[in-house]
Design a protein around this ligand. Structure first.
Ligand code: G6P
Length: 625
């Protein structure tokens, strides 16, 4: 069993492709899905209407592009079909949970991108009405709802079913009862109809799957349902009112579409952060109730509240998130905390303590050292919790419970959006446990949650300074060494800033707790060593000390790039460059401060001509030792 998670999340993380026309649907669907793999790739499936007007389907866990052999054996033939490449949000990525999903009689098949929030209620109701479920997914309820309301008109049955559904969906639906029809519907998850010609259409969650067949697309809007037949197209709303829509020309080429117009996945992922942080907060930081709710650990709150200490284990960027976790748990929840490199921990003679909560943090959920550390802890009889992005990954299967990031697939090797989501989850855990341990008074909790929900907009404000940061990169890209300094919550931010630069631009960069500078790195400082200083917490006692460090660098002709809080004018006189970030509650500053550091590293790497998304010698998931 993989661990539980909050159901109130929304996700647009799967790719769907469907076809109706005169050609063989399967090769079109396979090619289309291959184009969408960047959206999610833990399982895939197809359903095609055969010549006897029955639905044949095939689905499987794994990556579509690694399964060529299986695909040639699928034996699906017909000119109407649907398909999906999945990025799991409900239920692990196994065969049963893969799409398409079908009704009781296997007469209706559908693929879905999105999340049905009221699926548990609908499922219970449908079961009472005799429906038999096969999977753990939220999606399957839609197939049964359509079956329940099918009175001979598929479009009406779909409209009725969707009026009962809360959540998000992009859907492709076929039914044995109307074998010459393909239905699409959209709410909150993108869906477009590619018009190859009148009577031939490709329905897809993303124009990347359409563009090789046609540049003419109709983007559906929320609440719209499209009925596609070999005679034409008919678009309505859920109340069956006809909607008129104009086709548009796709302007982008394929690569631009996959990267939604960004030059690299890394930049796309940096710019997704307002949304991904929002995803990590939604349904969890309940501002009206002044509390945090984390469904994935709700059964473990008594244990977590009463532990003697917490140990975070991770590698790479996730380890930096763990370091911030240490500061957060100690400061907000009053829990003694430690952070371990998973690679060190797994070989250490360390006593496993059952009164300690161990947290493994991992984007991929597959990092070998992290996984082995988790196994070692379990063998020692202690409890392990996960903070993971990839649903159903090995770590989620072996941990006792955990919290998902819901950041969507991260393709750029250097982690960006997963990091800010990890810190967002850790912040919420710290608040939750702080309240339970009697460490935080309601007023304090309110100001923390207030500040947290503002973060996505503030991140956007920083992203709006992208051009300015790009210009800065122009000025600094030739240097061969950088030093990054920060203190407190932002000591790990400095480490992460240095790691980003190192990973993608191959410039040597070191992160240091600012005050440690005088114990070594200061010897390196001259006009050839730019120093990036995170100096935001103006109200904190350590701010003045960071200012002293800045003076020390300045005295040695160092160029200083400061990350400072908006309104701090005086810092301008001390440093060479300032990048301003909005003001927030101290504990959240890493979430803002890391953004300009990600952008700076990105632009420097691009100017130096590096392969940003696939830096040399690095792998996205290090699943071997
Ligand atoms: C690799 C990646 C890093 C990542 C680290 C840990 O080194 O290149 O971006 O931070 O692994 O991976 P995980 O999936 O466990 O977070």
């Amino acid at each position: 069993m993989h661990f539980a998670f909050d159901r109130a999340e929304r996700g647009n993380m799967c790719g769907i492709v469907a076809y109706i026309g005169k050609k063989d649907a399967t090769p079109i669907l396979i090619n289309g899905l291959k184009r969408l793999l960047y959206r999610g790739y833990d399982s895939f499936g197809f359903a095609v209407m055969n010549e006897k007007n029955n639905i044949d389907y095939f689905k499987k866990p794994g990556r579509l592009d690694e399964e060529e052999k299986n695909l040639s054996k699928m034996g699906l033939e017909g000119a109407t079909g649907i398909s999906q490449s999945r990025w799991a949000t409900h239920g692990e990525p196994n065969q049963v949970n893969a799409h398409p999903h079908v009704d009781c009689r296997e007469e209706i098949a559908l693929v879905h991108n999105g999340i049905i929030e009221n699926y548990a209620t609908l499922k219970a109701w449908l079961k009472e009405h005799g429906h038999k479920f096969r999977s753990d997914t939220d999606t399957e309820v839609i197939a049964h709802l359509i079956e329940e309301h099918n009175n001979g008109d598929l479009l009406k049955a779909v409209q009725k079913a969707l009026s009962l559904v809360e959540g998000t969906y992009g859907l492709g639906i076929i039914s044995k009862h109307e074998p010459n029809t393909l239905i699409g519907a959209r709410k909150g998850s993108p869906l477009a109809v590619g018009v190859v010609k009148n009577g031939e259409y490709i329905l897809a969650s993303d124009p990347a799957a359409i563009i090789e067949h046609t540049k003419k697309v109709i983007y559906l809007d929320d609440g719209e349902v499209v009925k596609l037949t070999r005679k034409g197209m008919h678009i309505t709303n859920l109340e069956n009112k006809k909607v008129q829509k104009q086709a548009q020309e796709i302007q982008w080429d394929l690569e631009q579409i996959e990267k939604t117009g960004f030059d690299h996945f890394m930049l796309k992922e940096i710019f997704e952060q307002p949304q991904t942080i929002e995803n990590a907060i939604r349904g969890r930081a309940l501002i009206n109730e002044n509390r945090i709710q984390l469904g994935g650990v709700s059964d473990w709150l008594d244990f977590l509240t009463n532990v003697d200490r917490v140990v975070f284990l991770a590698c790479g960027t996730s380890w930096h998130a763990g370091l911030i976790g240490e500061y957060l748990f100690e400061h907000i929840a009053g829990i003694p905390s430690e952070v371990e490199y998973a690679s060190e921990f797994r070989y250490k003679s360390v006593p496993i303590d059952t009164r300690t909560a161990y947290f493994v943090i991992s984007q991929s959920g597959e990092t070998a050292d992290t996984l082995e550390s988790l196994r070692k802890i379990k063998q020692g009889g202690a409890k392990v919790f996960g903070i993971v992005n990839v649903v159903g990954s090995s770590i989620t299967r072996e941990t006792d419970a955990g919290v998902y990031l819901h950041a969507g697939p991260e393709i750029g090797v250097a982690s960006t959006k997963a990091f800010t989501s990890q810190v967002t989850v850790l912040s919420q855990l710290a608040i939750l446990l702080g309240v339970r341990r009697g460490k935080a008074v309601p007023k304090e909790v309110r100001s923390r949650i207030d500040a947290l929900v503002k973060i996505p907009l503030q991140v956007q404000e920083i992203l709006d300074q992208n051009e300015k940061i790009k210009q800065l990169a122009q000025k600094y890209y030739k240097f061969n060494n950088f030093l990054y300094l920060g203190r407190g919550f932002n000591f790990p931010t400095a480490l992460e800033g240095a790691l980003k630069l190192k990973e993608i631009s191959y410039i040597h960069a070191e992160g240091y707790p600012a005050a440690e500078m005088k114990h070594g790195p200061i010897a390196l400082i001259d006009e050839n060593m730019p120093v990036v200083v995170v100096a935001t917490d103006t109200e904190d006692v350590i701010y003045q000390k960071v200012v002293s460090n800045i003076e020390e660098v300045k005295a040695r002709s160092g160029n200083i790039i400061a990350i400072a809080t908006e309104g701090n004018e005086s810092i301008k006189d001390l440093v060479t460059e300032v990048i301003y970030v909005p003001k927030t509650n101290g504990y959240l500053t890493p979430l803002l401060n890391v953004i300009p550091l990600q952008l700076l590293a990105y632009h420097i790497a691009v100017i130096r001509g590096c392969d940003v998304d696939k830096p040399r010698n690095l792998a996205k998931a290090v699943s071997v030792e």
